[in-house]
Ligand binder design. Structure first.
Ligand code: G3P
Length: 214
């Protein structure tokens, strides 16, 4: 199972702390586990030399040029990202913006991980062919109530929606321990997206190891 850690903007995973937490992920990934970290744009460069894939948490669907304050796919690529996340429920995008962002990311050589909040959104966005689609129920985000236990039927339906594609199905929200990941695996997903259980942990390494050693 793939582990994607979304650093969000928690103080525990921003700036110098982003580098510390990224190094811990690198250590665990070194044992042969598939781990991706998603950091803020300002932290990409600081973690880009580590041996771990780094994703940007968001990019805007804009070309380089007159776009003050926007984040271009090219800029995160140059900073060292290998992929981007798009349309997180905390940073929703219009479908046509998701489509354009995916197109620009593909052109820039970046992988794309798109979030969906419900099954109809999954059906709508799968046609844009991102590399990963992650199903997260917004009310479970940060709740400590794992989506794999709370919404098992919906996860199975989500996996079914992607069956005729090459898109990797992921799920996230409230995932905090190995058991949550095991259930997500049994339901057919190929990985989980996790934030607070790792970023807020007293011993993040222990939590990461628990999540990947299933
Ligand atoms: O993208 C992952 C995130 O939204 C899940 O958050 O804190 O419930 O693991 P959390």
């Amino acid at each position: 199972m793939i582990l994607v850690t979304n650093f969000k903007t928690y103080p525990e995973s921003s700036g110098d702390n982003a580098v510390k937490l990224a190094k811990i992920h690198e250590e665990v990934a070194g044992t042969g586990k598939e781990i991706i970290i998603a950091v803020q744009p300002s932290d990409i460069l600081g973690v880009s030399s580590l041996k771990i894939p780094v994703f940007a948490q968001h990019v805007d669907p804009v070309d380089p040029g007159r776009n003050t304050g926007f984040i271009t796919p090219e800029s995160v690529k140059q900073a060292g990202a290998v992929g981007v996340m798009l349309n997180h429920s905390e940073h929703p995008m219009k479908p046509w913006d998701v489509e354009k962002a995916i197109r620009l990311c593909k052109k820039a050589g970046l992988k794309t991980l798109v979030f969906v909040s419900d099954l109809s959104e999954a059906s709508d966005l799968k046609g844009y062919r991102p590399d990963y689609l992650a199903y997260e129920v917004p009310e479970l985000v940060g709740s400590g109530r794992p989506i794999s236990k709370e919404k098992p039927e919906e996860i199975q339906d989500f996996v079914h929606i992607l069956e005729d594609t090459k898109i990797v199905p992921l799920c996230g929200a409230g995932i905090s321990c190995a058991e949550d990941v095991k259930i997500a695996k049994k339901l057919g997903t190929r990985g989980v997206v996790v934030a607070s259980a790792i970023t807020k942990a007293k011993d993040p390494k222990k939590v990461i190891e628990d999540l990947v050693n299933i």
